[in-house]
Design a protein around this ligand. Structure first.
Ligand SMILES: Nc1nc2c(ncn2[C@@H]2O[C@H](COP(=O)(O)OP(=O)(O)OP(=O)(O)O)[C@@H](O)[C@H]2O)c(=O)[nH]1
Ligand SMILES: [Mg+2]
Ligand SMILES: [Zn+2]
Length: 294
């Protein structure tokens, strides 16, 4: 009997395939090895069931991938929930913008989540939110502590494959626990850097959400590899600059000091946030001055 599902985990040559919430333990048929295709977590797969009772089968086919990430090596992730705390720790805007660039360049939709909003004044939060909202991103404001914004976050994540990203201590595990009670991810652990190897997720795994969709539990989405981004294409990953580039006087405009630059004009009249533009300059400079690695 053939069934369609999604690979949620792969360990030791076994693939665990979720078919309407029933998990089948599967091996991949030899044909994958010959074709040099390795099934990945996130792959939509057809399985051939060998035992319905023991929930065992073979993966016989992989559907075409929408995206494939290298680190972690998973398929079909759709959204990155980029999480920052508004306080404790303070937001790191350069990191936030780099994570947006990383998402955009991998064809993932960035969702920006500011957590711990009960810790600062409302006006301050609205100001931060509007910068990203006006740039064209979905922004969700949450507090795990006071249970604010969780329903909105659910509705944004619903029926998608999501992954959380963001610095240590901002509340990613706390949010995931609140979204999916019973999960009990460790909260307030010492950062991975200090306790490397302990309590950390070793394998990427999709966790099915009761309200629909998945969240990827992964050790991998922390490395910020912007090596495939050139200074020339950086502006593509700033959503609010993107549709302007054609309006610049020079087709190869870097939006730094060129005459007739449509981006600079919008920064001057505050239609583009100075904070976002400054981060563009900072990252542009960082990329341009990076040593080429051979
Ligand atoms: N005040 C406040 N504290 C929160 C909130 N959400 C989480 N915290 C606390 O922030 C700390 C860190 O939360 P975690 O969920 O472990 O953070 P994390 O992002 O998973 O951190 P790493 O796993 O190290 O990357 C914990 O002590 C939480 O209780 C919130 O909305 N308000
Ligand atoms: Mg955590
Ligand atoms: Zn320009």
């Amino acid at each position: 009997m053939k069934l369609d599902g999604i690979i949620i985990k792969g360990i030791g040559g076994f693939y665990y395939v979720d078919v309407d919430k029933k998990i089948y333990e599967c091996r991949a048929r030899g044909l994958f090895r010959n074709k040099k295709i390795k099934p990945l977590v996130g792959d939509y797969a057809t399985i051939d069931v060998i035992s319905e009772k023991d929930a065992q089968g073979y993966v016989v086919e992989i559907k075409e991938r929408h995206v494939e990430l290298i680190r972690p090596n998973v398929a079909n992730v759709e959204q990155v929930i980029i999480t920052m705390a508004v306080k404790k720790p303070n937001p790191n805007y350069i990191l936030l913008d780099k994570l947006i660039i990383l998402a955009e360049s991998n064809f993932l939709e960035p969702i920006i989540c500011f957590n711990k909003i009960e810790l600062v004044e409302k006006e301050e939060i609205i100001k931060i939110r509007d910068i990203y909202k006006e740039a064209g991103y979905t922004v969700v404001l949450t507090s795990v502590k006071e249970n604010i914004g969780i329903e909105e976050l659910k509705s944004v994540m619903k029926d998608h494959i999501n992954v959380f990203a963001g610095p240590s201590g901002v509340g990613k595990s706390s949010l995931t626990n609140l979204l999916q009670p019973g999960l009990e991810l460790k909260v307030g652990e010492i950062s991975e850097k200090i306790s490397r190897g302990k309590h950390t997720t070793r394998h990427s795994e999709l966790i099915e959400l009761d309200f629909g969709g998945f969240v990827l539990d992964t050790p991998g989405f922390t490395s910020l590899d912007l090596s495939m981004i050139n200074a020339e294409n950086l502006a593509l990953y700033y959503r609010e600059f993107n549709n302007l580039t054609e309006s610049c006087k020079f087709t190869d405009c870097k939006h730094i000091n060129e005459p007739g630059c449509a981006v600079l004009k919008k920064v001057e009249n505050s239609t583009i946030s100075k904070k976002r533009y400054d981060s563009y300059l900072y990252i542009h400079n960082e990329i341009s001055s990076r040593k080429e690695r051979y």
